[in-house]
Design a binder for this molecule. Structure first.
Ligand code: ADP
Length: 171
């Protein structure tokens, strides 16, 4: 066990060739917008079918769990529910918990490469710079068997901010 190497790329989470991709899901666990919509569209109906079986009562904010990745290039989807900043959920430990729990689930699965979106920074409205800090701080400090934790930025602006943050140790 050690801490993962954290990398940043620009791209689409659904196109990542990794063992597991992380979904920025919601508590209902029945699909949604943003990353969630993209993962269900690209993964196909097997992802929702597995969500219904594994999460009959949904998932708590800050928690994570896994399903098949269906037609995605990854083997598994690790779903996590970020805090909805826009709706007043502003406890930062819920956001860091998403990254920690996702790595724990990755360890349970034996996943060595895991791609993350910037959880809560889209529809849920968490300020991007603090969302980046929370991701980098947590991923670089969590002991696990994951070798690469790849943060996928959807646009060039976000990638630049992520790369700047990764060049600025200590994390
Ligand atoms: P949340 O509801 O947790 O805020 P979103 O899916 O709305 O989650 O957004 C999380 C982050 O992922 C945002 O920075 C958003 O721009 C980005 N994003 C949206 N779609 C994709 C995608 N297909 N691949 C990677 N990142 C994405």
């Amino acid at each position: 066990m050690s801490t993962p190497t954290v990398t940043a790329v620009r791209g689409d989470i659904t196109a990542q060739h990794v063992d597991a991709v992380v979904n920025a899901a919601n508590r209902r666990m029945r699909g949604g917008g943003g990353v969630d919509g993209a993962i269900h569209r690209a993964g196909g109906p097997a992802v929702l079918a597995d969500c219904i079986v594994r999460f009959p009562r949904g998932l708590a904010t800050g928690d994570a769990g896994w399903t098949t990745a269906g037609d995605l290039p990854a083997r598994w989807v690790i779903h996590t529910v970020g805090p909805n900043f826009r709706a007043g959920e502003r406890d930062r430990t819920l956001l860091t918990s998403c990254y920690r729990r996702a790595l724990e689930v990755a360890d349970d699965l034996g996943a060595r490469t895991v791609a993350f979106p910037l959880i809560s920074s889209g529809i849920y409205g968490w300020p991007a710079d603090d969302a980046i800090d929370a991701a980098v701080e947590t991923l670089t400090a969590t002991m696990c068997d994951v070798e690469e934790a790849r943060i996928v930025a959807f646009d060039d602006g976000l990638l630049e901010r992520l790369e700047q943050r990764l060049r600025r140790p200590p994390y």
